[in-house]
Ligand binder design. Structure first.
Ligand code: ADP
Length: 319
């Protein structure tokens, strides 16, 4: 194998650059050339491809976002687009690829593998919602960003004896809410994986208030409902001085945490090793602190499970 390509696709996540750097440096170390593909599969089809060398990736490990850009390109589900992408791979002499993204990006990678161009997937998403990995690249940074905001919100909540509903990202997965909630000492965590009863949330806040704890922070995953709506519902049960805050895209940005940089570096180097072994159609994960891989096909058939022990722990600590 003489030349590989790398692209980032789907939602961006802090640590994607660290992964691109690791893939590039590991491949160069092994005598393999690396080409960066801008704008995910859209750039592949358009031939927006350039050579990466040591200098190109010199100062990207600490940068958030992805310097290869990301784009949504649903057309890549069609075979005609895949064949157009393969033409570009042939033109640039790229024999195999590393794809950093989520589930959708893996589908694209699997199609390329089926066409004879091995692709290895790395899980890049802040949501942590990919099966067969305990952590995704970007999750730790997003949790820390959310936590920083929650700590600040608690200061003002305490000063004014308010109840704050803080909406964090997580459409299908409650991982950010669970981790930021436990770390931020949340009074309640509301996630898609667990049914909730707003009357019980109100009763909890009431009990706390009667015991002299006059402010509360509720962490709400966006997949359940939006914070202003939750605040309105809660206010029907009493005057809790409710305010809502939507953290939004701030959670997607920022310099990656040490954990994310290390995870991305380990996974990036591992992806190159797998390609050198002639493997493709695989997704890399980290399970019990060991690097693992699973068939992309197997991932599509399974669902990520949030660590619900965190939910139970928080219930015990906050009641
Ligand atoms: P994520 O990778 O974060 O799940 P998307 O679902 O938006 O994000 O997918 C990213 C990109 O992967 C899409 O814009 C598209 O180019 C490609 N993709 C998604 N689904 C498929 C599919 N079924 N077949 C081929 N390519 C796909």
């Amino acid at each position: 194998m003489k030349r590989i390509g790398i692209l980032t696709s789907g939602g961006d996540a802090p640590g994607m650059n660290a992964a691109v750097r690791a893939v590039t440096l590991k491949a160069l170390h092994e005598g393999i050339e690396v080409y960066g593909i801008n704008y995910g599969y859209a750039g592949l089809v358009a031939g927006d491809i350039f050579q990466l060398d040591k200098d190109t990736v010199l100062d990207i490990i600490q940068r958030g976002g992805t310097f290869l850009y990301s784009a949504r390109y649903p057309e890549f589900a069609q075979e005609s687009a895949q064949l157009a992408g393969i033409k570009q791979l042939e033109k640039f002499g790229i024999e195999a690829l590393v794809v950093i993204g989520g589930d959708g990006s893996y589908h694209g990678g699997l199609r390329l593998t089926e066409h004879g161009y091995n692709a290895i997937g790395l899980p890049g998403t802040i949501d942590n919602d990919i099966p067969y990995t305990d952590f995704t690249i970007g999750f730790d940074t997003a949790v820390n960003t959310a936590l920083d905001a929650i700590d600040k919100i608690r200061d003002t909540a305490a000063s004014h004896e308010r109840t704050f509903i803080v909406e964090v990202m997580g459409r299908n997965a409650g991982d950010i809410a669970l981790w930021a909630g436990v770390a931020g000492g949340a009074e309640e965590i509301i996630i898609p994986e667990k049914k909730f009863d707003i009357a019980q949330v109100a009763a909890h806040i009431n009990t706390d208030r009667q015991a002299g704890r006059k402010h509360s922070v509720v962490i709400l995953a966006e997949g359940v409902m939006h914070a202003p709506e939750f605040a309105e519902e809660l206010s029907k049960f009493g005057d809790f001085h409710v305010r809502s805050t939507v953290l939004g895209h701030v959670q997607r940005g920022g310099a990656p945490s040490a954990r994310d940089r290390v995870l991305a570096s380990k996974m990036g180097a591992y992806a190159v090793e797998l390609l050198m072994q002639g493997k493709g159609g695989l997704a890399v994960g980290i399970e019990n602190n060991e690097l693992t891989y699973h068939k992309m096909d197997d991932l599509f058939d399974s669902k990520h499970k949030a660590d619900m022990s965190l939910y139970d722990l928080n219930s015990d600590l906050s009641h």
